[in-house]
Design a protein around this ligand. Structure first.
Ligand code: GDP
Length: 448
């Protein structure tokens, strides 16, 4: 997956840090070095990496950290904060206003997934009760009209385009006018894909923007493009006022750091991400959960929301199991059973702590499923005392002979059992934190 390698390398650097007995200047520098190398090799711009390094160094002075404060935790917090700063500029994203005519224009490089994303965006809002329409103002690429028209009819969204009119400005204005009269709330205008060198197409983009006066311009960026991405983003930004960004193809296998650098260049907020070719493969973007998932920390609120939205039967067991923050190995087993039953397994798995770096790719989904099955097979070899202990990890650590017995019973290595207990500990911590979610508290009250 895009950013998968990066995520794995970042989380491995941070995991290594947690294994060190003493956190001194050398350990800190080594960790920071690994993080920076991982970012550079994922194509993140050297300038940004340098800034991240300096900021982390500046924020942490090991000698001045008061005794009793957890240095590892502090380093982790600062690193997460700086990773967030790479892609979050604390700009509130534009949002359409209900019962008003909102015009949104899509721009981006050819092949970035712009036309598909226009449809996903329109479909997303339609599902949320908006009256949406699509306009094809790409008269440059043969086939653009048919593509958007077909997409629109698949999701049953009204469409406007012209086979005969060659001026995209005229098509855009006509389309917007027709849908405005019909009181559409969200009119989405797709424009030609273009490259930074294509001056005439850039002028045309500006003309369309000046004539339809969009409320928001969305820049679509392909996560699999390398360093060149940043130059293109600069070119677009210098011509039109990019209000928000949608990153596509986050399910692919490229490095992805180029897209991160491009986002840093435009300083516009990411609003959605594309995670596949289907119109449903589209998610609202939130920076902190994204970085947490990247680092394998998990996304507690996301997991909670997802389970609630996926299946009301599952949510009850999930909430009851997690009641009072208690979570046994048996609860984890039952939860895994629930996850396996869910249709959107891939979306859920990425939110579980320890599974984060495998998120989004369909191939990895199979791997994650196999991993869950293996973990369940290990738990099948545990006895009731182990499964029902209120802190299973503590029990195993205090009586290490249990690792060997379970490993022999399940026919796996000692490491596999230890990994499972680590996973359980992360889950356990997540449940403790979940207890603190106010929404969770409300939900519990509704059930009781
Ligand atoms: P445009 O030239 O920018 O309009 O790009 P298109 O919308 O025609 O998309 C180009 C290709 O990328 C098509 O094959 C799309 O199905 C594919 N695509 C678009 N978004 C995504 C995504 O999020 N993930 C994947 N895997 N493919 C995508």
């Amino acid at each position: 997956m895009v950013l998968g390698d990066l995520g794995q390398r970042l989380s491995s650097a941070l995991r290594q840090l947690s294994k060190e007995t003493v956190i001194n200047e050398k350990v800190f520098d080594d960790t920071l070095g690994k993080i920076c190398r991982a970012l550079l090799e994922a194509d993140v711009n050297i300038r940004l990496v340098k800034r991240l390094r300096e900021n982390v160094k500046q924020a942490i002075n090991l000698e001045e950290i008061a005794v009793g404060l957890n240095k590892r935790q502090l380093i982790l917090q600062v690193v997460i904060k700086e990773l967030i700063r790479l892609i979050d500029f604390e700009v509130k994203p534009w949002e359409p206003v209900k019962n008003k005519c909102n015009i949104v224009m899509f721009v981006g490089l050819q092949g970035s997934g712009k036309t598909t994303t226009c449809t996903k965006y329109a479909y997303y809002y339609m599902k949320h009760g908006w009256k949406t329409a699509l306009v094809c103002a790409d008269t440059f690429r043969a086939g653009a009209f048919d593509q958007l028209q077909q997409n629109a009819s698949k999701v049953r969204i009204p469409f406007y385009g012209s086979y005969t009119e060659s001026d995209p400005v005229v098509v855009a204005m006509n389309g917007v006018e027709i849908f405005r009269k019909d009181k559409f709330e969200l009119i989405i205008v797709d424009t030609s894909g273009r490259h930074a060198q294509e001056e005439s197409l850039f002028e045309e983009m500006l003309e369309i923007s000046n004539s339809i006066k969009p409320d928001n311009i969305i820049f679509v960026i392909d996560a699999s493009i390398g360093q060149a991405c940043e130059l293109h983003a600069q070119a677009f930004k210098s011509k039109v006022d990019i209000g928000s960004i949608i990153v596509t193809k986050l399910d692919g296998h490229a490095k992805g750091g180029g897209a991160l650098s491009a986002i840093a260049t435009t300083k516009s907020p990411i609003i959605f991400i594309g995670t596949g070719e289907y119109f449903d493969d589209f998610e609202v973007f939130k920076t902190k959960p994204f970085i947490d998932k990247l680092l394998g920390i998990g996304d507690i609120q996301g997991l909670y929301d997802k389970i609630i939205s996926l299946n009301s039967e599952h949510d009850k067991s999930f909430i009851i199991n997690a009641k009072d923050g208690q979570f046994t190995l048996r609860n984890m087993y039952e939860q895994f059973q629930n996850f396996m039953k869910m249709g959107s397994f891939g979306q859920v798995i990425s939110m579980i702590p320890g599974f984060g770096t495998e998120f989004m790719s369909k191939n990895d989904e199979q791997k994650s499923q196999a991993r869950l099955k293996k973990m369940m097979c290990i738990m099948d070899s545990m006895n009731d005392i182990e499964l029902d202990h209120i802190d299973g990890a503590k029990l195993f650590k205090s009586q290490p002979g249990r690792y060997t017995r379970v490993a022999n019973g399940a026919g796996v290595s000692l490491c596999d059992v230890k990994d499972l207990i680590v996973q359980y500990s992360q889950f356990y911590k997540m449940m403790e934190r979940m207890k603190g979610l106010s929404k969770f508290g409300n939900m519990q009250r509704n059930i009781n």
